[in-house]
Write a protein of this length. Sequence first.
Length: 382
Amino acid sequence: MTNEISDIETLAQAFEAFIQSTRTLEEAHRRLQERVGELDQELAVKNRELAFSTEYLSNLLESISDGVIAVAPEGIVTHFNRAAAAILEYEAKEVTGRPFKEIFGRDFAAPRIPDDMALRARSGRMVPVSERDSPIHDQSGRRIGNVKTFQDLSEIIALREQVRQRDRLAAIGEMAATVAHEIRNPLGGIRGFAAFLARDIPPDDPRARLVKKIQEGARILDTVVNDLLEYTRPVNLNMTAVPCAVIIQDALGYLNHDPARITVSVAVDPSLHVRADAEKMRQVFLNILINAVQSIRDSGEIAITAQSNDHYVAIAFRDTGCGMSAEELEHIFWPFYTTKEKGTGLGLAVCRKIIEAHGGDIRADSRPGEGTTITVRLPRVE
């Protein structure tokens, strides 16, 4: 009996110890759950902070106006921002994960000579750039890649070329003015003596033909001198609001062409007005039309159209003539550049000078065998 009581007491003590241990474990479990909850909240906060930082850095890179390209140590592109995509004509998904050299045609490291700094665009065009490379390190200082920032220099180089060209043209203009004045005086004498010879030599005399050639050469030279002086003089404008259609019709009235061979169509809204010197712009339009007629060898068409926005009117002269090569197109507004046997090369140069004095611009689009379109933009007025 005594043994049974002792066993029951032992069992009761064990059960009590079990209950106490259970309570201790439950309390530990509760505390563990609370700690896990706290850690989950801290983790969620850290994840949000990380996501914000990642998004912020990504937006920062995408907002930079300079191109940014990052590569891993083995040269694989890992980042390609929006500016880089715009400059090099690629989308980021087309570039990331591929070797830098395979895409852009050169090693990642920037060349030592600035003039050699260029990256190959998707079109195959080599884009001149100003670039700078920097290493990327992790927190332990281990190098994990490289990053390149670069700027597109195409517009800057084009502007520099325009400045150089204008300087050259200014020097040519000064020289041309001097030459024109030096030629004009003896040219007057030649024309005068040729007139005396023409008066004194009978028409049936064989020498009369030579005198006519002298007079014709003097007239051509006089035209060249006048063009030179016109190009070098400041452009004086009598600006008024004038309908584009009126200027075009006035120019067509002076155009000498065969309507059976060359048709001219005009689709210009009579209500479109520009602020211009009507006489000077008639000279410009007539010069463009004469060039168009001379470019059509057999039969063809000249179409004149106009478009406008709130600030400008663009008048386009499109012909179906022989067209021009890219090299010719690049130089057609330069003085003394001509593709004609008897041209002076000053017509379009004078046209551009007059148009720019109006606050407008002129451009040309052409391909060999496909004709040419000359577009003149002038300030619009109501």
